[in-house]
Design a binder for this molecule. Structure first.
Ligand code: ADP
Ligand code: MG
Length: 351
């Protein structure tokens, strides 16, 4: 049926795609691209329950807060632990990019959510999106969005494997004909690699470093394959014997050793997904390769490591940190084509 009002709204509404990640939230505006990327952190004053900061400002507070302020990551384990905080975050990020105007229609919104979330959580995110100002809200599983964002032909009758390594969770999925055939998710990803470094430096060098220092060290010289060029970096923390500040020089080899156990676990989850993939799809994957997305895909040598251990070619998505949000953006531009990849009836508009 021809609905002129819908057509006009479609042209003028500033539709949004949102990646609610465990580490970072990104927003895509239709016809403009990725306009915002900030940490998924909310700082709250526990005495008054007042939200003090969201995003970058809140992340800066992590590890530096007085006792009455908590800087929390509401999606940490890939599940929505604290729904109210998620709603506050959604509202804040939507508000940042969407100026309300009585002359403009409210936006349609596509939200990427972790694949493990329950029906109740899906409904909650849908509700929060409407509350936060959406005219229509659709939900999409993050691995599906990541695969679309990485440019995989997910609607073909062939197997597409995507491995999305985020901050809190790693999700592996095999997608064919627009549906998820195999999916696997673990709570081991970028944060776990940082934690490995904290633990290693504590036990091997009797020194305590903060999470953010560990992440900076990983970004500077972290690697997963041993043909990476050697370099060093300086980390600062507290000597556990003297209690005084201390600086320590770490080499590429030491950092790799510290992270090796977790890297093995990451490779294992990929192998596990391959083991439960139907043989026809496996043949497609061997031909097209395994795609990596998420910030963890940027770890040097991880692609080579997975390639060596599985004997399947590995490709890193062009913009791994933006794969999910670009996927939601691609769906926004082609809503009709992608209708069937959205999650539940709850995600559909009423008309
Ligand atoms: P999420 O989807 O869970 O929000 P992201 O895809 O945004 O997570 O990825 C965040 C993770 O990627 C963090 O753990 C961060 O340390 C890691 N990361 C980002 N850039 C790099 C890099 N160059 N090398 C290694 N890890 C990286
Ligand atoms: Mg993600």
């Amino acid at each position: 049926m021809f609905r002129p009002l819908n057509l006009i709204m479609g042209i003028f509404s500033k539709d949004l795609g949102i990646d609610l990640g465990t580490a970072n939230t990104l927003v895509y505006v239709r016809d403009r691209g990725v306009v915002l990327s900030e940490p998924s952190v909310v700082a709250t004053d526990t005495r008054t329950s007042r939200v003090l900061a969201v995003g970058k400002a809140a992340k800066n507070m992590v590890g530096r807060t007085p006792t009455n302020i908590v800087a929390a990551r509401p999606l940490l384990g890939g599940v929505i632990a604290d729904f109210e905080t998620v709603e506050i975050m959604l509202r804040y990020f939507i508000g940042r990019v969407h100026e309300e105007s009585p002359f403009l229609p409210r936006p349609r919104i596509i939200v990427g959510i972790p694949s493990g979330v329950t029906e109740v959580e899906k409904r909650a995110v849908h509700e929060a999106s409407i509350q936060a100002g959406a005219r229509e809200a659709y939900l999409i599983e993050e691995p599906m969005a990541a695969a679309i964002g990485a440019g995989q032909p997910i609607q073909n009758a062939s197997g597409n494997m995507i491995v999305d390594i985020g901050g809190g969770t790693t999700e592996v999925a095999v997608i064919s004909l627009g549906g998820v055939v195999v999916s696997n998710s673990i709570r081991i990803a970028g944060d776990a690699l940082d934690q490995c470094l904290v633990d290693y430096i504590r036990t091997e060098h009797q020194m305590l470093i903060g999470e953010r220092t560990a992440e900076a060290c990983k970004l500077a010289i972290g690697s997963a394959f041993d043909d990476i060029e050697d370099s060093t970096t300086l980390v600062r923390g507290r000597d556990l014997n003297t209690g005084l500040p201390r600086a320590l020089e770490l080499s590429t080899g030491q950092v790799r050793e510290a992270m090796s156990g977790t890297i093995i676990e990451l490779v294992d989850i990929v192998k596990l997904a391959l083991e439960s993939t139907p043989p026809e799809l496996l043949a497609d994957i061997m031909e097209d390769g395994i795609y990596l997305a998420g910030g963890g895909a940027l770890l040097k040598g991880l692609d080579k490591r997975i390639e060596t251990d599985t004997d399947i070619p590995v490709k890193v998505a062009k913009h791994p940190l933006e794969a999910v949000v670009r996927g939601t953006g691609h769906c926004l531009q082609n809503l009709k084509v992608y209708r069937e990849v959205f999650l539940t009836e709850d995600g559909y508009p009423n008309n």
